[in-house]
Ligand binder design. Structure first.
Ligand code: GDD
Ligand code: MG
Length: 340
């Protein structure tokens, strides 16, 4: 079985962090976002991952070439981004008779095995994982029969119709036959073009609604990124957290993860809901909470970082307060202003 991961988007809503890296490589609790999807595939016995790359493809290719993924991973590149369906068509040679397709910017505890079984039982050509969220307007909406048969797919509606309370969770099982519906070499969207076309032609498209509570979150914006960090730290997913350094002369307020190679000064406070990446330096008496500090960043003595994302190698001077909602690009620098 093969899992195709769509990782070629521009990640515009996560700028400035995605000026220098693709969204799939954004570190989330000290692991690239892509790690969580590969781990999900691996766990469900999917032996082969295909990454549909476009924007910033070199970095993803280098990540794959660095090995250690515990499964076969290949990249298929689009010269020009072909959209969410065009990317699938472009990877056709790597795909078998039935395959998974996952959006590459989310973390989820979806039971791929159960979804595949449901897909086969229904004889579907496409099965779409669906779930409920508080605000469905930012997602694809699915209207369906009680038995799962999809009636309508509506991408991003400001006023969602009342009978379309489930959203597209960005995970599909597909039959190879659907590739014939996608024109080769053209920009084509699954959400706007492929699904509506299949539904118009009466093709069996089904929704799969996993029973019970299951973790699912996308990492579309900085706000959602920090919410995702929080959920992972709280242990609300099945993904194990990476090892954290034990405090020596500084305070760790759980939940928090501090990479073993970070240097933390005396009396600093890390957490709750904080992540400190490899090679970071946090000065004496500094406070970092509800925040993610990425690899190689520095936080000066007595500085406060709260509710912020600090890009790789950024430097925050002593005594500076970086407040809620701040997103600092890689290598940026902030110093406290001192009048002489
Ligand atoms: N290879 C490739 N080529 N990948 C692409 C392209 C492309 O041209 N365009 C987008 N992608 C990838 C993105 O990198 C992302 O991982 C995924 O496809 C979905 O694109 P987004 O741009 O993140 O879409 P969205 O978040 O607005 O909406 C999608 O996800 C929602 C769930 O998070 C839709 O599928 C919605 O229906 C869904 O509810
Ligand atoms: Mg998205």
């Amino acid at each position: 079985m093969t899992g195709l991961l769509l990782v070629g988007g521009k990640g515009t809503r996560l700028r400035p962090l995605t000026y220098t890296r693709p969204k799939a490589l954004v570190p989330l609790v000290n692991r690239p976002l892509l790690w969580y999807l590969l781990e999900l595939l691996r766990r469900h016995g999917v032996g082969q991952a295909v990454l549909a790359v476009a924007h910033e493809h070199e970095q993803i290719e280098a990540y794959v070439a660095s090995g250690g993924k515990g499964m076969g991973v290949t990249c298929v590149r689009e010269e020009e981004a072909l959209g969410t369906a065009g990317a699938i068509k472009n990877a056709a040679e790597q795909l078998g008779a039935t395959f998974f397709v996952l959006n590459g910017d989310q973390v989820m505890d979806l039971d791929l095995g159960a979804m595949l079984e449901a897909h086969r039982k229904k004889g579907a050509v496409v099965t779409i994982a669906v779930r409920r969220v508080a605000d469905p307007s930012q997602y694809g909406l699915v209207r369906r029969e009680p038995d799962g048969r999809v009636l309508e797919f509506l991408e991003k509606q400001e006023q969602p119709p009342p009978d379309a309370s489930e959203i597209n969770a960005g995970a599909y099982v597909m039959e190879r036959a659907v590739l014939e519906e996608i024109p080769a070499g053209e920009v084509w969207s699954s959400e706007y073009d492929l699904f509506p076309r299949l539904l118009r032609s009466g093709a069996p498209v089904y929704a799969y609604a996993q029973q019970g509570e299951w973790a699912w979150f996308d990492v579309g914006s900085a706000e959602r990124y920090l919410a995702a960090t929080r959920q992972l730290l709280e242990g609300r997913t099945s993904f194990e957290l990476p090892e954290s350094q034990a405090p020596r002369g500084w305070e760790l307020r759980a939940p928090a993860v501090v990479d073993g190679s970070a240097e933390i000064g005396p009396d600093a406070e890390i957490g709750p809901y904080a992540v400190v990446g490899p090679g970071c330096r946090v000065g004496a008496g500094a406070k970092v909470f509800e925040a993610a500090v990425w690899e190689g960043a520095q936080v000066g003595a007595k500085a406060v970082v709260r509710g912020a994302v600090v890009g790789c190698g950024a430097r925050i001077g002593a005594d500076v307060t970086v407040g809620e909602g701040t997103v600092l690009s890689d290598l940026s620098r902030i110093e406290a202003w001192k009048d002489d």
